[in-house]
Design a protein around this ligand. Sequence first.
Ligand code: OOG
Ligand code: NI
Length: 470
Amino acid sequence: MSLVPSWELRAEFARALSAMYGTEVPAYNDLLEVATEVNGDVLGRDGADAERLGDAGRVAAERHGAIRVGTPREMRRVATIFAGFGMTPVGFYDLREAATSAVPVVSTAFRPVAPEELALNPFRVFTSLLVIDDPRFFAPEITAELSRFLDDRELFGEELLELAVLAQDGGGLPRAQADRYVRLATAAFELSGDPVDHEWYRTLDEISSVAADIGGVTSTHINHLTPRVLDIDELYRRMEARGITMIDEIQGPPRWAGPDVLLRQTSFRALAEPRKFRAADGSVFTGSLRLRFGEVEARGVALTPAGRDLYDRMIAKVDARLADRPGRTRQEVAAEVWSADLPASEDELALRDLAYFTFTVAAEPPSTGRPGTDLAQLVRDGWVTPQPIVYEDFLPRSAAGIFQSNLTSEGHKDTSRDGSDRSPEWLSEILGRPVADPYDLYAAQRQASLDRVARQLGLSAPITLTKDSR
Ligand code: OOG
Ligand code: NI
């Protein structure tokens, strides 16, 4: 019997979530419409160049989602569900540190890791886990109450988990089971109509809106779904022209003349959605919650640790200049800093080991001479050509910004206390599978391409990546 392969399950899951979110948050459909228009325009204008960081088909289907859960057990079950779709944990984000207001979560992203799988469908879900015992946010009695409340709920049914395990073990599922798996997984992230305990929700909301969203309700839900766009500045303008209010600015790197790096994101504000509440006297009434929004992103080349260091220094510089001379926009100041500090060509990013590239033998290599093994020399002499590796992950500062831009209150964070200890190792342990380091994945992809080139050119030694500091 033929199986629906995991990439197709993943694509169907992303499509089903997207359709569901469109009915739940109609402005998301506007966002999709505008993103599709902008992508069409950019492809028409720039042709093949527009597809250097993913072909048109991949980009059109590309989404990331965000979900939030409350306990290690729930997190482990999420990992099982996503594993059936070929999505595994990558990266560790401690938003307790990255955010200035109360965002008591640590997070990872479940996503495909093999380049071929990413090309087929790169669906990823940013998944956050509430740290209920962090004393900077929660008093002991709240921690105990949260623990009781969360232990009482069951987010995912047994059938869904069993199908996920079958899908993972078999690398896919027969058609009928595939449909069932996608349907159950999608339904698990639908907004619930169950009444929310008003008093409990309010208590948590005072401490942290994120804590209330996670631990104040009996189910989980997609918090947002994000399409990818090829020109985010143009998208921002067109959304505002449609009368949809966007957050104040685009997060992440600025628009500038050089290569796009990492990730730029923006969103429209969360809209009030009707929700049922149960009052202390047991009566049920309809109120509203402002939680879910639409986000959009543009992706650039992945940075190496050295490139990321430079990026962080540039951000610090932007912060300092803004503090010195307020009144200018962050994007303006950042564009200035970028132009001064970041190499303006892909080749230079590659040769200074600031960004990740794969390398191929040039279509027309030199007709004389012999290739050496020094990468910079090989590129300069025209033996090999770099292609950018797209950044597949997230940025803690932007993620914190996304959380914060939609909080109803700042909440409380007692910075005089030490937080409870969480680490990638801890997360790997509770997930029962390793949390991959994004840098390792990008570096392995680059190395595989260098090994291939060395073989094709018949080199006697491996290619060396000397840092070219011109
Ligand atoms: C997740 C926020 C992080 C992003 O794009 O950085 C995120 C959340 O709001 O749950 O999705
Ligand atoms: Ni997001």
